[in-house]
Design a protein around this ligand. Structure first.
Ligand code: ACO
Length: 333
């Protein structure tokens, strides 16, 4: 049986930093409010001429180097983003071009659930026998779509990219066997009834860009935070339980959870609901804020480089984003 193993990781965040105090100088908020309601202290944001693919390229190079695989030997690039360099071509193909390689490359759009959706797509490509070496990147630059005068959204988001190299591996054991390595199961879900609670209204076919859309600020991200918060707690916990149940693993067996980094209170609530101890959750949102599709691979790369992930470590990723879309993926390293 072919299974998908993750064999290299990398990350990149912009040098420029915006602290809570920087934001409080512009809108009516405070470092104390932001830290206690979200856990965020600062976020990294792209400069005027920097793009999503610039970060993706650096994260990809690091992931290839740590996997010991040359970028030229990558057979396909999948990139999760909702903030590509431009509406077309894809951010994946821009990244491929900047890496100086050739081959199929495409984007997956599932907002903050992009990493869970994307790893599931990559797993399908590899287990289906189409490719043996896939570069998967989560890269996002929501700072470029932020209304920096809207205190309900601008405090939350930051920019960044994280990457993994996924390879085909022949294995004879079932997923529940401790010798099984790689992506063991995934559970994805979505509910489009919530599309209006988190979106960027203009710039697509519903509301093409115009002087009016810009004047009215409709190219900025809009969010109903309370709705997203309660949906996130319920659906992330459910997805984690379902993904584990599919391979007959229990929450007790999970050694490390890499959740999407939206809000510390959401992560704490998911820990309580799933009964997985809080100290098993990787948290870095104090440093980066919510980097959407990039948050899980950035946290994964940090955990790997900090020595928190060994051969055989049982990991659980989970994320929820605009759509709503959400999912969880079980991986044994
Ligand atoms: N500073 C000070 N006060 C604020 C701020 C701020 N930055 N923002 C809102 N407030 C005020 C509100 O106006 C409100 O005042 P009122 O009671 O007088 O009306 C009060 O604080 C409470 O507002 P709430 O919205 O209830 O605050 P809450 O505790 O829910 O925190 C937050 C808001 C942080 C946005 C939270 O709801 C949240 O994290 N939601 C989830 C966001 C998320 O997970 N997004 C993930 C998906 S993102 C993607 O897919 C791209």
């Amino acid at each position: 049986m072919i299974r998908t193993r993750l064999v290299g990781t990398g990350r990149c965040v912009p040098e420029r930093v915006k602290t809570n105090d920087d934001i409080a100088r512009r809108v009516d908020t405070s470092d104390e409010w932001i830290r206690t309601r979200t856990g965020i202290r600062k976020r990294h944001v792209l400069g005027e001429h920097e793009t999503t693919s610039d970060m993706a390229v650096e994260a990809a190079r690091q992931a290839c180097a740590s996997a010991g695989i040359a970028p030229a030997d990558i057979e396909c690039i999948v990139l999760a983003t909702t903030t590509p360099d431009m509406p077309m071509p894809s951010c994946a193909i821009m990244t491929q071009h900047k890496l100086g390689i050739r081959g199929p490359a495409f984007d997956v759009g599932a907002a903050c659930a992009g990493f869970t959706y994307g790893t599931t797509v990559v797993d399908g490509l590899i287990r289906g026998g189409l490719y043996r070496r896939v570069l998967f990147i989560g890269a996002e630059a929501l700072s470029k779509f932020m209304d920096w005068d809207d205190r309900t959204t601008c405090i939350l988001f930051g920019d960044g990219a994280g990457a993994v190299v996924a390879v085909a591996d022949e294995q004879d054991v079932p997923a529940s066997d401790p010798r099984a390595r790689g992506i063991l199961s995934s559970h994805l879900d979505g509910d489009g009834r919530f599309w209006a609670d988190l979106n960027i209204p203009a710039g697509g076919t519903a509301l093409p860009p115009s002087v009016e859309t810009v004047t009215e600020g409709k190219h900025y991200l809009r969010m109903n935070g309370r709705v997203i918060f309660s949906q996130a707690v319920r659906n992330l916990s459910d997805a984690c339980e379902q993904a584990l149940r599919k391979v007959e693993l229990s929450p007790d067996e999970v050694e490390l959870v890499i959740p999407h980094q939206a809000n510390l209170r959401i992560i704490d609530a998911v820990a309580r609901r799933t009964r997985i101890p809080q100290d098993k959750f990787v948290v870095n949102l104090d440093e980066y804020g919510n980097t959407s599709a990039a948050s899980i691979p950035i946290a994964l790369d940090e955990a790997v480089r900090a020595g928190r992930v060994d051969e055989g470590t049982l990991l659980l990723h989970c994320g929820l984003g605009a759509g709503l879309t959400w999912g969880a993926v079980v991986v044994r390293w």
